[in-house]
Design a protein around this ligand. Sequence first.
Ligand code: NAD
Length: 415
Amino acid sequence: MLDQALLRLDEAAAHVALDPDVLEKLKYPRETTKVRLMIRMDDGSRKSFMAWRCRYDDTRGPTKGGIRFHPESTAEEVETLAFWMTFKCAVMNLPYGGGKGAVRVDSHALSKAELERLSRAYIQAFARIIGPDRDIPAPDVYTNSMIMGWMADEYASIVGESAPAVITGKPISLGGSLGRDDATARGGYYLVRRLADQLGLEPGARVAVQGFGNAGQHIARLLAADGYRIVAASDSKGAIQRADGLDVEALLAAKNQGSLVALAGTNGITALSADDLIAVDCDILVPAALEDMIHARNADRVKARVVLELANGPITPEADAILERKKIVVLPDILANAGGVTVSYFEWVQNRQGFYWPVEEVHERLKTMMEREGAAVWAIARDRGISLRSAAYVHALSRLANAIQAHGTQQFFTS
Ligand code: NAD
């Protein structure tokens, strides 16, 4: 997985004048710590879980990245996600490097009390690695604001003082930022709106959303409110579609009660398998579930004209090449889903200032940054005749290279 991610770095390097030091620095994670967390279960037994925290690169600032609770997490997945975070923060010009963490666990199999003990155990194990000026975690797949609140509380009790800036995505009442809940989707939404003309998207354009969690639900709500038609949506249990559009409120209610598939058979809604969602006839496909969902064996089935990558790494490099041949425009993850880390950055700034912004200010600042970086990436792609993904990496790599080279290059030390 990391090798595949590094292909993007090699590709971008061909478009930027680089000192060899830059690639040497960015090819390897700086540190990955592996710990076995032990917690007491409700039945009195002890159980252990593998956990990781990776700080990939901190040249541009403290490392930043979510913590994922997933039964299939691996060290390599964590390092790959941390690599992507390094580039995502650079694309948005945030003063951060990239990091990521995970616990290999099926969190649905834990009781609420066990989940709290596991979240606190993670911080007990990694308290020396994280910190407001060192490494700042956030939520990711199957972690949420309550878990971030437990984690911030555990960190505060270890260091003996309140330190809300150690973690972002906290509940509002514990120092979270207004506007963080829908920030990932909102960033993607501002990007689509900014580029709608260039992408040939018109009011009423049809959208299919893969994955109906935090990112998927909010993008469906925001695009529907703007007149887009949500024609299909899926979760891990299956998918549903309706050519005239689905009612987003009904989707949210069904998901809250279990799964979207409960709506199949009502109001002309038909069911399809979760795997078939990517082949639905639509204008925008929004992968908002997990990695590698569009791969060499199914990319040919994509009918959308535009893919908005809210998930991290939903398209493999082989699938990317197939979509490019089909002239499908991909708005790449490191730009399209960067709204989440951008509002996390706002949360960190507000925690450090002790001064909190109204939601309108959060939205306005996010919009400005998404539009500015989106337009810059679009211009690089247009001027160099490369994909938006390559352009986003070129944009980020230029910033990373400037920072790495500012410490002196090979030429500087040998001349
Ligand atoms: P989430 O846990 O809230 O939602 C994930 C959703 O995907 C769930 O509804 C689940 O049922 C669904 N799913 C799982 N397997 C599926 C399958 N095979 N087909 C269809 N749906 C499936 O997670 P999230 O926070 O919305 O994150 C989703 C993606 O967005 C991840 O790749 C994550 O890394 C990325 N992301 C999230 C944020 C954020 O702020 N939440 C920020 C940046 C990137």
